[in-house]
Design a protein around this ligand. Structure first.
Ligand SMILES: [Zn+2]
Length: 197
């Protein structure tokens, strides 16, 4: 076993899960890098441009805002069978100060600053749910991410059963440090473990 990788993994889990102020700066750096990748590789919409999105696009999306120094202020990952409709609901909840938008409004007061991006299109719901969980782990931070759950209860194992838990892991046999996300089946006889990517 590679001790350096073990330490690295311990540290990454801390960065993603700790509320400790000592981890805030490094968490922010991780999140800034993650959002920078999105800004460079995906089409970004503001709330007015949401009208341009096609109807009935099924997929996984991110909603976020950054400050003037490109620090991520908040991220939210979601999935929907109709992204445009869902985004309109988010915008409406924000405008009307609906309770459902409370976390968004705590992190960002100005609707003009809120951005939207489609991360992955897929008509299969289970594929979307796994991708959604993948991105929630990717953006996991007690300081910037506002998702309340890591995985949707509707997620299924490879054999169609419910999922007990998802977790972050790494390849203990590899010299190169690589993170993996796994889902674990709830059915004791099945016990399927599957990769979430
Ligand atoms: Zn199963």
């Amino acid at each position: 076993m590679n001790i350096n990788n073990k330490q690295k993994f311990f540290y990454i889990k801390k960065i993603k899960n700790s509320k400790d102020k000592n981890y805030e700066k490094i968490s922010q750096l991780f999140c800034n890098k993650a959002i920078n990748d999105i800004l460079n590789n995906f089409k970004i919409y503001d709330f007015r441009q949401v009208d341009e999105v096609e109807k009935n696009l099924a997929g996984v999306y991110i909603i976020f805002s950054i400050d003037k120094n490109k620090n991520l202020k908040f991220s939210y990952i979601g999935e929907s069978s109709d992204i445009k409709k869902r985004w309109k609901t988010h915008i409406n909840n924000f405008k009307t100060k609906n309770i459902k938008s409370r976390k968004f409004r705590t992190k960002e007061k100005d609707l003009e600053q809120i951005k939207f991006a489609v991360l992955k299109l897929d008509t299969d719901q289970n594929t979307r749910l796994k991708k959604e969980t993948y991105y929630i782990y990717h953006f996991k931070s007690k300081f910037t991410n506002i998702n309340t759950k890591i995985a949707n209860m509707k997620m299924k194992c490879d054999f169609g059963h419910g999922v007990k838990r998802t977790y972050l892991s790494y390849d203990k046999n590899s010299v190169k440090f690589r993170l993996y996300i796994y889902g674990e089946c709830r059915n004791k006889e099945c016990n399927n473990k599957f990769l979430i990517r």
